[in-house]
Write a protein that binds this ligand. Sequence first.
Ligand code: GDP
Ligand code: MN
Length: 337
Amino acid sequence: AGWGTPSPPAVPTDYFHPAPPANASARANATLLMLARNADTESAVRSVRELEQSFNQRFNYPWVFLNDDDFSDDFKTRISNVVSGPVSFGRVPREHWVQPASIDEDRARAGREKMEKDGIIYGGSLSYRNMCRFNSGFFYRHPLLQQYRWYWRVEPDVHFHCDTPFDPFRYLADHGKVYGFTITMYEYEATIPTLWETTKEFMRLHPEHVAQDNAMGYISDNGGETYNLCHFWSNFEIADMDFWRGDAYSAYFDFLDAKGGFYYERWGDAPVHSLAAALFARKEQIHLFDEIGYEHNPYTHCPRGAGAWARGRCSCNPQGSFDYDGYSCMRQWDRIQ
Ligand code: GDP
Ligand code: MN
């Protein structure tokens, strides 16, 4: 209450049931991570509170918030009020965010204008391209993330529909996996016209980075000749930053970045991460977290496995799950299992 406002009578604190105490020694070296703007305060707080209630109040993992601007005091105060673990707020270094000088701005502008005219979502946006490039190749280099290996990417305005009483970081770590997802779908081809040819060129130059027993069967219907546009929806990711920091992905990102497609086209971090995970990891190292009911407008993944929906006390409708929607790539994922 504000100063001078009398507080209404409070329920005594011994009526409250505390969350089970976190077992810090069992925790993974992990953080929850959100990139956001100050204008996202309301929706960021809502996402954080939902993940705290459904998962993190049992585990108390730290949170890291990143922004290309300074976070407002209001953002920091509002967020700090709903987290159960340590929290830090960082600014993205300018050179990790803005269009590099190596990009031909006339060509980039022509690309934006054409895509805008063609009605492609975010087609004319420069800031969206900065964001996609940052999420592709820079977030895991931020000073605040150096101490961590694992991250769970969270966005403003997402929803978590089930209890998650298990530790997904530990699950991935214990099973030698590197990447977890909940939703998979097709990318708009107009945003990545040359991404697959560029990726094939990289594979020809660097066959040593391509994993045996990879997930090529998920991203291609013809043994790698063409890309079927399937990707993991990266607004949700639980993954190993050491995979992005490793030789294969570092070389791949640098190769892509040098081609300029983040600006001349509109390469998204979702297809970039997905192609890398599918090609440079073994397919067993990629994991569908069926138990995690997750919604990012307009799609929801609702658990389908036997008992998972009931065990998670999920609020989502399994019939409304995106998994076997016509636009979903879950069939392509299933066929390589
Ligand atoms: P969409 O999910 O592809 O529609 O894209 P979003 O607008 O949700 O952006 C993806 C993520 O990047 C979200 O976490 C946003 O908060 C964040 N984001 C997008 N653009 C910017 C930006 O210009 N600055 C900052 N700080 N964050 C951004
Ligand atoms: Mn989003």
